[in-house]
Design a binder for this molecule. Structure first.
Ligand code: ZN
Length: 74
C-alpha cells in the first residue's frame, strides 16, 4: 500500500508511539500496532486498535493524570 499522505512511501506493518491530548491530560501510548509509512512516518491504525487506544486514553483522563505513559494493551 502507498501512503495516502505523501503518496510516495510504502506503508508497512510496525508499531508507533501515539500521543493524545484531552484538556489537561496528555496520554502517550507506546507500542501501538500500526501500518507505518517508511518515507514520512505517517501511521494508520485499524479501527479496532483505534477504539482500544481511545479506551485506554479515556481511562487516564478519568484518573485525572496530567501526563500518563502507557504501553498499548490489545
Ligand atoms: Zn508517507
Amino acid at each position: 500500500m502507498i501512503c495516502a499522505l505523501c503518496k510516495h512511501g510504502e506503508v508497512r506493518p510496525g508499531s508507533v508511539m501515539v500521543s493524545l491530548r484531552r484538556g489537561e491530560t496528555l496520554v502517550v501510548v507506546k507500542d501501538v500496532p500500526a501500518d507505518v509509512c517508511e518515507n514520512c512516518g505517517e501511521y494508520y491504525l485499524d479501527s479496532r486498535t483505534a477504539a482500544r487506544l481511545y479506551e485506554q486514553a479515556e481511562a487516564a483522563v478519568e484518573r485525572h493524570a496530567e501526563v500518563e505513559i502507557l504501553r498499548f494493551a490489545a
